[in-house]
Every structure is written in structure tokens, then in C-alpha cells.
Design a protein around this ligand. Structure first.
Ligand code: PMP
Length: 430
């Protein structure tokens, strides 16, 4: 049930992501979701192309995820994590330690992706304090995205996240050009030159390098060459710097490997995961690090890591994450993601020849159509809903990252809707 009065209240009182309160973009009321479909209040069913921003990898209303949640609820929904532990947190952290590279042994449970990034940066700062040095600068990539809190924002692309707005308040870090060499391109060694120069120049002040491995998500949906990531790892080793990999978007199979770092066969010193961690059921994220980093932090003057949110290790979120990771461990995702990748390569790549299109790229269960002109978001969104699909474009990007359980027919429907959308110039800014 969603009344016109509810819609009016929403427009007048509720902020949605990145919208004006005076002139908000339209919102579509969703009252139920199951499998790969979202149900609108008027009964229409939309094929979901977004997995609710990378999260709902197993689809909506999954019976096993639902059961995990209700079973945990019957025991205890929440309890503080200070001085208390519980079976769901232990089970989850054991799974995370097992499924990530062997060196990553110590887990901090955070309540959202941005917080996991804050925690990772704070870990790097405290690591250097533990070594008796004050190092407060980070090196990262242009076109990156790491979240909306202040430390996270300080390492997001300076233009996209409007650093000029926060000048004087936001710490200023170092930005290398975004990698130009694509995932499928032949490696061009000069792609790494700017990064190599910056890391050499600032090695004495840098606490860490932070980046999204292989896929730069919200900052441009770009897929870069694994050699670039290998060279970052080598440079961090050469100068004794920590490498933070933000796998909040890429983790848990989305790029065709369980973690995107595997494409380059590297291990970060600090790893952030979130989004799909709970299969999109609850907000939860985690920051993992090595024993050496954890021990060094514990030797700092503070004697401990200075972070401890109220809902840390929330049992409901942990229990549902345990079930989501158990589903992943059963391995079906590999076949599903590979099938989505094959189909996207066959059906989405041909859109390259459309006049509105600048580039089309596919990696794992991610398909991206980059257009020459920015999309007219409201018009295009309405068109997609009329076509029976949920695709949320932004800027010059129309992209798909469907739940892994999507059927070939439903995936074709998403691709066809994009193809049809490209035929109307009213869907694009002048
Ligand atoms: N890092 C990356 C790579 C992300 O894609 C996001 C979310 N889009 C975040 C961090 C922030 O996560 P959250 O929105 O859960 O705070």
C-alpha cells in the first residue's frame, strides 16, 4: 500500500541519494522484491539490473537468507560488541579469514562501506604511529570512489566529489591519473609512469595507497589492466607502504573472480568489503588486515585501535552474511557470473555501433555503456520503467550489474531496453 499522500510526504520531507530537496527527481515506490524482480506499488514488475547497487547478488527474498535472519532474530537481534562476542560474528569472521588471502587474518566489522574505508585509513595512520612516525598522506587514483564520509571523500575523485566545496576542511592527498590501459587492452608500461613518479616523490610522507582494484566503480565504471595493480603492489613493497584495496563494490564474485585483486594475483595489506557481504539484506562491511599491521597498531601510544561503533558486529547482519557467504562457497556464482559475462559480451558489445555510444565494456557480471552526452536522468529512468526494467544511469553511464541469479531472458530484456533507450535523443542532455 502506497498512497498519493505517502508520495507527497516523500517528496516534501525525505532526502534521497544526491537529490535536491526543492526539485527532487521522481522516486518509484517499490513494495516488494523477489528473485531478480522489483514490484512497484501499482503492481508492475521490473527486472532489476542494479542488484541494489552491487549488493543483492543472490536476488531478493532469498529463502535461505530470510531463514538465517529470522533464526538469528529468535535468538537475539543485537547486543553490544564491547566486552561481548557472539556465534554469528565468530562464524562470519572465520569465513572472511578463510576466503580472503592467507595474510589477512584480523577483521574489523563496520556498519557500512564508507565506515570500512574510514577504518582502513585510520588503521594506516595508527600503523605509522605504532612505528613511531606521523604519516598522514594517501596516494590514490583519479576517478576513484570510496564513500561519502569525510576521510573516504578525501580520496574520491576530486572533481566528481567536488573537493572544491570542502576546501580547507578536507585533507588533501595525492592523485595519480586514472589508469588509461583497459582490462582487455595490451599493457602499455607508460600507463604507470605518473603513479611511479608520485609514489617515489612522496614516499616519506605517505601512509598508504588506497584504490579500487581493477574496477573503478561509481567514479566512472572503468576496468583497468591487472599489470597496473601489480605495479602498485610492487611499488608499495619497494617503499614499505601499505596498500588498501577497496573491494566494497568488486568483492564476492562480481568481476568473475571472488575478489578483483585475484586478477592481478596480489594481496593488499588492508582489504575493505561491504555491499554484497550480506547478499544485500542488511548494512554491514568489514576491514581485514594482516597480523603485522594489527600488532603494530596495538603498539601505538593508544594501545588499541581507536574505533568501536554502536552496531559493530550486529548479530542479524552477521548471521545473514554467514548464509550469503555459505551460498557463495557452494560455488554456483562462478557459473552464473561467467554466463552473464558471455551473454553481455554477445548482446551488449554490439551497441558500440550506436551513434550515441562512446564505449561499451564488460567484465564479469558488469556491463557498461558509456555515451557521448550525459543522460537525461528523469526521462531515461521513466523510459526504463515503462520498458519493465530497473536501470539507474548517471552522468554518461548506463550500466548493468544484475543479481547473479538472473535468467538469460531477463538479461536480454535489460540489454534490449538499453538498446531502445539509445534511439531517443530526448534521453540525453543537449
Ligand atoms: N567504496 C566503494 C568502492 C563503493 O562503491 C562504495 C559505495 N558505492 C563505498 C565504498 C561506500 O559504501 P557505502 O555506500 O556502503 O558507505
Amino acid at each position: 500500500m502506497f498512497t498519493p499522500e505517502d508520495a507527497r510526504f516523500d517528496r516534501q520531507h525525505i532526502w534521497h541519494p544526491y537529490t535536491s530537496m526543492q526539485d527532487p527527481l521522481p522516486c518509484y515506490p517499490v513494495v516488494a522484491a523477489h528473485g531478480f524482480q522489483l514490484q512497484l506499488a501499482d503492481g508492475r514488475e521490473l527486472v532489476d539490473g542494479m542488484s541494489s547497487w552491487w549488493a543483492a547478488i543472490h536476488g531478493y527474498n532469498h529463502p535461505r537468507l530470510n531463514r538465517a535472519l529470522t533464526q538469528q532474530m529468535a535468538q537475539m537481534s543485537h547486543v553490544m560488541f564491547g566486552g561481548i562476542t557472539h556465534p554469528a560474528a565468530v562464524a562470519l569472521c572465520r569465513q572472511l579469514v578463510t576466503m580472503t588471502p592467507a595474510a589477512l587474518e584480523c577483521v574489523f566489522l563496520a556498519d557500512s562501506g564508507s565506515v570500512a574505508v574510514e577504518v582502513s585509513m585510520k588503521m594506516a595512520l595508527q600503523y605509522w604511529l605504532g612505528r613511531g612516525e606521523t604519516r598522514q598522506q594517501f596516494l590514490t587514483l583519479k576517478r576513484g570512489y570510496h564513500g561519502d564520509t569525510f576521510a573516504a571523500m578525501s580520496v574520491c575523485d576530486p572533481e566528481n566529489s567536488m573537493h572544491s566545496l570542502w576546501r580547507g576542511y578536507l585533507p588533501e592527498h595525492h592523485f595519480a591519473e586514472a589508469p588509461a590501459c583497459g582490462f582487455d587492452d595490451e599493457w602499455q608500461s607508460q600507463d604507470f609512469d605518473v603513479f611511479a613518479r608520485l609514489i617515489e616523490q612522496h614516499q616519506q610522507q605517505l601512509a598508504a595507497v588506497i584504490l579500487e582494484p581493477i574496477v573503478q566503480g561509481a567514479g566512472g565504471m572503468r576496468f583497468y589492466h591487472p599489470r597496473y595493480l601489480q605495479q602498485v603492489r610492487e611499488a608499495c613493497d619497494r617503499y614499505g607502504l601499505l596498500l588498501i584495496a577497496d573491494e566494497i563494490a568488486t568483492g564476492f564474485g562480481r568481476t568473475g573472480r571472488l575478489f578483483a585483486c585475484e586478477h592481478a594475483d596480489i594481496t593488499p595489506d588492508i582489504l575493505c568489503v561491504g555491499k554484497a557481504l550480506t547478499g544485500g539484506m542488511m548494512t554491514l562491511a568489514a576491514t581485514l588486515t594482516t597480523r603485522e599491521v594489527a600488532d603494530t597498531i596495538s603498539r601505538s601510544a593508544a594501545g588499541c585501535f581507536m574505533h568501536g561503533p554502536t552496531f559493530m558486529g550486529n548479530p542479524l547482519a552477521c548471521a545473514v552474511a554467514v548464509e550469503s557467504l555459505t551460498l557463495l562457497a557452494e560455488g554456483e556464482w562462478q557459473r552464473q557470473v561467467a554466463a552473464i559475462e558471455r551473454q553481455l559480451r554477445a548482446e551488449l558489445l554490439p551497441l558500440r555501433s550506436a551513434p550515441q555510444v562512446a564505449d561499451v565494456r564488460v567484465l564479469g557480471a558488469i556491463g557498461v555503456v558509456e555515451t557521448h552526452r550525459a543522460v537525461n536522468m528523469a526521462a531515461l529512468q521513466q523510459f526504463f520503467v515503462e520498458q519493465g526494467v530497473w536501470i539507474r544511469p548517471f552522468g554518461r553511464l548506463i550500466y548493468l550489474m544484475p543479481p547473479y541469479i538472473i535468467t538469460p531472458q531477463a538479461l536480454s530484456k535489460l540489454v534490449q531496453a538499453i538498446g531502445a533507450a539509445l534511439e531517443h535523443s530526448s534521453h540525453f542532455a543537449d
